[in-house]
Ligand binder design. Structure first.
Ligand SMILES: [Zn+2]
Ligand SMILES: [Zn+2]
Length: 87
């Protein structure tokens, strides 16, 4: 696909809504139609819209005893792991 970003019907500047997560809120993902998928995660990573920085997400999830796993290629979230229920 060589369509210009502004011509893509599926996304806004390469970002596509990807539903909602119980712990992370609204998510978006990289548009597979106009962006090359990340070589590390194959484009499965999602990005929470409510957070400006990964640090904010880490802190918020920590209060839920969860930890995000970031893709080393695109810095999206590829998994959320449970830290267990006891401190
Ligand atoms: Zn697109
Ligand atoms: Zn990635």
């Amino acid at each position: 696909m060589t369509a210009a970003v502004s011509d893509c019907l599926f996304c806004i500047e390469g970002h596509m809504p990807a539903g909602r997560d119980e712990s992370m809120g609204e998510l978006f993902e990289t548009c597979p139609a106009c962006r090359i998928p990340c070589g590390f995660c194959d484009g499965i990573a999602v990005y929470p819209t409510n957070y400006d920085t990964p640090t904010e997400l880490v802190i918020d999830l920590l209060t839920l005893r969860l930890a995000p796993v970031f893709c080393p290629g695109c810095y999206g979230v590829i998994a959320v792991i449970s830290l267990g229920s006891s401190l």
